[in-house]
Structures are given as C-alpha cells and as structure tokens.
Write a protein that binds this ligand. Structure first.
Ligand SMILES: Cc1cc2nc3c(=O)[nH]c(=O)nc-3n(C[C@H](O)[C@H](O)[C@H](O)COP(=O)(O)OP(=O)(O)OC[C@H]3O[C@@H](n4cnc5c(N)ncnc54)[C@H](O)[C@@H]3O)c2cc1C
Length: 574
C-alpha cells in the first residue's frame, strides 16, 4: 500500500514537484482532493465507452473481472459514423449472446438488401452494382456463424452498453472524464465528474485508453501516431428527407456512390423512415461547408428537389496513422487511440472491437493468475500487423473515390454517354470489389509472429482479400462449420481454451491435456467434434483453440512437451 499512497499523492498533486517525472499528466489537482474517498476499486479502468471500450468491458465482465468504464459524454452513440458491423464482430456478439439482440435492433431490418450502387446521381444513371456487400444477407454460410449487419454505430453502441451494464462487475460512468494518471505497482487515475461532483482518484491494476483518435492516454504514455495525416477532407451530414427512398428508380441499397462533377459523394439510408447520411468526399481545402449549405448541396448532388432537414454536419479527415507503441507498463491503447485509417471498407470500429477481445481475455488471465507476462506482450505483437494489413486495404480503397471516377460526358443521354458509363462501370467493378467483398480480410487475418502461438514451419499462405481460405494453421481464426444439429461449431467452444478433438474420437489424450491444464489452472474445455468434415477442415486430430477462437496449436498426437505448450499459450514461458 505505501506505493499506492505514493501514487495517490502524486496524482492528487501533493507530491514533491521536484521529483515528478516528465510523463506525469496529473499534477494540478487541489490538495483537498486528498481527502476524497475512493469510490471504486476496479481491476481495470477503461477510458472511453466507444465500441472498443465497451467490447473490452464485456470480455472482462464475462470473466467476472471488476472493471470501470468512464466516458466524458452523457451517453453512448454521440457521432453517426460506422454502419458496417462485419461478420467477425457479429461472431463475437454471438459468443457474448447478443447477436440476436443486434439483429432485432436493426432499424432497416436485416432483410433490407445490402446493395452498393454506383450512380451518376440518385436521379441519374446506374453505373455499377455490388449485391450482398459486406455479407449482410441473412442465412447460413459455411464460412461464418453470423452474417454482417448494416446498422448505425450508435445502435451498436447502445446494444453493447446495455449488455456490458448487465454484467456483474462492470460499471459504466458517464459524464466522467480522465484528467491524468500515474503508474507504479498499480495505476492511480484522477477523474472528474462533469455533473459537478468534483474530482476523485481511481486505483486499478491496469488502465486502457480506448479514448479515440485524440487519445489523451496515448499522449500521457508518450506514444506518437506515425504515418500520413490528412489524406482527404470529407463531410458527414445526417439529414431527414421524407420520400427520398421513393424519389429515385435505383431500388433499395445501403450506399449510393454519386459520380458526378457537381458533388462527388456517397448517400444512403441511416435507419428507418427517412433519415439519411450524405458524405461529400475529398473536398478541396479551399471549400468550407456550413450546415446551412448542406441542403442545397444534397439537392445539387442528387438532382432531387425535396425539403432536406439537416440534423448534423461534421467534417472528418481521412488519415493513415499507427501509434509507435501500444503500451507503457500497466497502460494500454486500443481502437482509434492507436490506429486510424480511412473508413472505406468499414474496418475501424470492427478492429477496435477485436482489440478489446484480444486484450480482454489476456488481462483477465493475468488478473486471475493463470496468465503470464508474455500474454500482455503478445497484445501488440498480434494486433499491430493486423492493423497494418487492414490499414493498407482501407488506404487502397480510399484511392478510388467518386472523385477519381468522374469524367466528362458520363451523364450524356447519347451513345457516347452510354459507352462512357459502361467503361466506368467496368472500372468500378474491378477497383471496388476489394472494398465490398472482403471476407479474406475480415476472417483471413492470422497472428503470425506471436510469442504465444505454436507457429508451424513453412511459408504463410498468401493473403487474398476476396477469397477467405479457412485454415487451422496456428494463429488463424478457427475454421467455422455448421453441425448437423444446427449449432455452429463455435457454439461448442468453452469460454477459456478449447481442446478440439476434430475426429470426435474418445482417446485418452484429451484427459491428459485436461489434467495438465488443471495443474496450471488454465481454463480448458474438451470438445469432441461430431464425425464428419471438421477433421478435414482442421487438418489435424487435435487443435488447441484460444478464448478468442484463434488456433494456438494443432497436431495429430499430443505435443512432445505438453506442459511447455500450455506455458507458452498462457504467456508463462520465458
Ligand atoms: C464517416 C465515418 C464512417 C465510418 N464507418 C465505419 C464503418 O462502417 N465500420 C467501422 O468498423 N468503422 C467505421 N468508422 C470508424 C469508427 O467510427 C471508429 O473506428 C470507432 O468509433 C472507434 O471506436 P473507439 O471506441 O476506438 O473510439 P471512439 O468511438 O472515438 O470512442 C472513444 C470514446 O472515448 C471518450 N473519451 C475520450 N477522451 C476521454 C477522456 N479523457 N475521458 C473520458 N472519456 C473520453 C470519447 O468521448 C468517446 O466516446 C467510420 C468512421 C467515420 C468517421
């Protein structure tokens, strides 16, 4: 406790300023705060109740780890941003038992077709069409247990918030802002109640900055964003327009890319009824839109004369940035706090949720005592290459916007116009497939250079954005299969590690593994897959699957040193 008291003193500002280190971000508090009682004792303090922070809280909550999420806003879902909740995120929601809840929350209904159309303008000609973009169509696909959803981020956040808040041990505090922190044997954070409740100190074992693009936690640990800032300037306008869905002849779609010289832009429905988004892309530096300009701009872009009621208008800048490190001691970064890229392909929120998943089970393992220090080291080792890979995809998508597709004569009602539209349509189909059909990115990534994966020799299979080739090569997401009783194979996995006997045989090996796992308190469930295609899909009789459904090891018999394998996958090997 002396160390904690020392930290509290520093955080509350009574610490000798001469001995303060340069990274202190919390030295201005008033001395009278020293007398404030500690209101809570979470093991993990999460800064930010965006999708990343909420996903992390859910992973921790499912493992009974007390955690506190602080959020400076009064509620979740402040900005209308993401619309694509991809297949992999929905698989996590299924694991948490809330995939159906998200399905029911879908404002457009899950049967709404996830078509992406390229048009000259809503009132104009069609150029190209992608059907079932992002794999939103309901129904069973052997590759995944859950289809994607086109659903506003604010609705996703509300579903995550409600679930997180229902878990024992998870507390979410709104109107609460992080002011600073100090770390030693614990982390002591100074927070401010924006409802007028004053400042207090929260002590936790770990702090996670899920505090978005302008992360103060990132600054506080001295991490820097590296890459390219300002690839383009764009606007995101949300508006109401009764009758717009019927005022054009292209049929329902989730996005209409408008390729015209007036206002190259995207437009599409947000949720039920008549609420839409409008996104002029790559706007010149010299052009400034005021909210009052938005309605005439939409009219110009669409060619449709309707009363447009503007609900919000934000400027956003596309960048390609990665933090130079994700951790300092007991403090971690996750989500937009450590990676930012253009939203084309719909990856940002989904990657943040996957960060929360990866970090969540690892922090829980360490706090429960069965996880070792290398588990925490593996967070950045695993996630950074995935962020880099996805960031490159998103940046490639950003290089072909409506702005780059515009050409003279595209709207002409003439033979030359028809020819020009056919040519540009072919170009769109070739260039944009990579943005809307990306199962190879969404499920095909694997953790290659991880200290807690028993990697296999031989060259890694090449990444293909389009064709996801299920593989049980260690590091990969475990291949999915539907069982004959209607369940997903994933539904049979345990909440800790799963020892999957792929041919379902009753040999003694699994019992030996279970005994070894018990000896080191590693939570492990043995699953014997029903006979059938699972063995062929996994390419080995025995597979060790992690809590996040990534393969940690596979083999036909027991590993030569079972104890060493379990030490490795739980981060306890040196
Ligand atoms: C136009 C647009 C479209 C997009 N479309 C998609 C898409 O289709 N699919 C997709 O996956 N992604 C998309 N994204 C990206 C997605 O919106 C972000 O990646 C996602 O919001 C990141 O989540 P996060 O939780 O990491 O950060 P945020 O959502 O930014 O949440 C961080 C939270 O931390 C809080 N906070 C910050 N500082 C403090 C503090 N000091 N104390 C307390 N709280 C604090 C903030 O108030 C905020 O609520 C899009 C982005 C844009 C701009």
């Amino acid at each position: 406790m002396p160390r904690v008291r020392h930290l509290l003193a520093r955080v509350l500002g009574s610490y000798d300023p001469d001995s303060q280190s340069g990274d202190s971000c919390a030295n201005q508090a008033k001395d009278d705060n020293m007398n404030q009682p500690l209101r809570t004792t979470p093991r993990v303090l999460i800064v930010g109740a965006g999708p990343t922070g909420l996903a992390l809280a859910i992973e921790l909550g499912h493992r009974s780890i007390p955690c506190l999420v602080i959020e400076r806003n009064a509620r979740v879902g402040h900005a209308p941003r993401a619309k694509t909740t991809n297949v992999r995120t929905r698989e996590h929601l299924r694991r948490w038992g809330i995939a159906d809840k998200l399905r029911q929350a879908s404002p457009l209904g899950v049967d709404y077709p996830s078509n992406v159309l390229f048009v000259t303008r809503l009132a104009g000609h069609e150029l190209a069409r992608f059907e079932n973009a992002m794999y939103c169509a309901p129904g069973k696909n052997p590759m995944y247990s859950e289809h994607a959803q086109w659903i506003p981020q604010y609705t996703v956040e509300e579903v995550l918030r409600e679930h997180a808040a229902s878990l024992p041990g998870v507390e979410i505090r709104f109107n609460c802002e992080l002011l600073g922190f100090e770390q030693g044997d614990t982390v002591a954070a100074r927070v401010k109640d924006l409802d007028g409740g004053g400042e207090s100190v929260i002590v936790a074992d770990f702090l996670v900055g899920a505090d978005g693009a302008r992360s103060a936690v990132r600054d506080a640990i001295g991490a820097k964003m590296e890459g390219s800032y300002g690839l383009s300037r764009n606007y995101n306008v949300v508006f109401r327009a009764p009758g717009l869905d019927k005022a054009h002849r292209h049929g329902p779609a989730i996005m209409y890319w408008q390729v015209n010289t007036d206002v190259p832009s995207l437009i599409g429905p947000m949720d039920t009824g008549d609420r839409w988004f409008f996104m002029p892309t790559a706007v010149s530096e010299s052009v400034k839109f005021r909210a009052a300009d938005a309605a005439p701009l939409i009219q110009r872009a669409t060619g449709i004369d309707l009363p447009y009621e503007i609900l919000s208008s934000d400027e956003w800048v596309a960048s390609k940035l990665l933090a130079n490190r994700y951790r300092q001691g007991r403090v971690f970064l996750a989500g937009d706090a450590c990676h930012l890229h253009p939203p084309f392909g719909g990856y940002g929120m989904n990657m943040g949720i996957a960060d929360g998943v990866d970090l969540g089970w690892k922090l829980a393992a360490v706090l429960q005592g069965w996880g070792g220090p290398r588990l925490l080291d593996s967070y950045e080792a695993e996630r950074r290459p995935v962020h880099q890979f996805v960031m490159d995809e998103a940046t490639a998508n950003h290089s072909t916007l409506s702005n780059q597709l515009v050409q003279d004569g595209l709207e002409d009602d003439s033979a030359a116009g028809t020819q020009a539209r056919a040519a540009i349509g072919a170009r769109i189909m070739a260039a944009k497939l990579r943005e809307f059909n990306t199962l190879g990115v969404v499920k095909g990534y694997r953790y290659v250079a991880s200290p807690i994966i028993a990697s296999e020799e031989g060259p890694e299979p090449e990444a293909d954005f389009l064709n996801y080739l299920p593989s049980a090569r260690p590091g990969s997401i475990a291949p999915h299969a539907w069982l004959h009783d209607g369940r997903s194979l994933y539904d049979t996995f345990g909440s800790g590690f799963t020892w999957l006997v792929t041919d379902g045989s009753e040999d003694a090996a699994a019992e030996q593994v279970q005994a070894a796992a018990r000896a080191c308190q590693l939570p492990l469930t043995v699953v014997r897959a029903p006979k059938g295609s699972v063995a062929a899909l996994y390419g080995a009789r025995h597979v060790l699957v992690r809590p996040d459904q990534h393969v940690a090891w596979r083999g036909d018999g027991l590993p030569a040193d079972l104890v060493a394998l379990l030490a490795r996958v739980s981060g306890r090997s040196s």
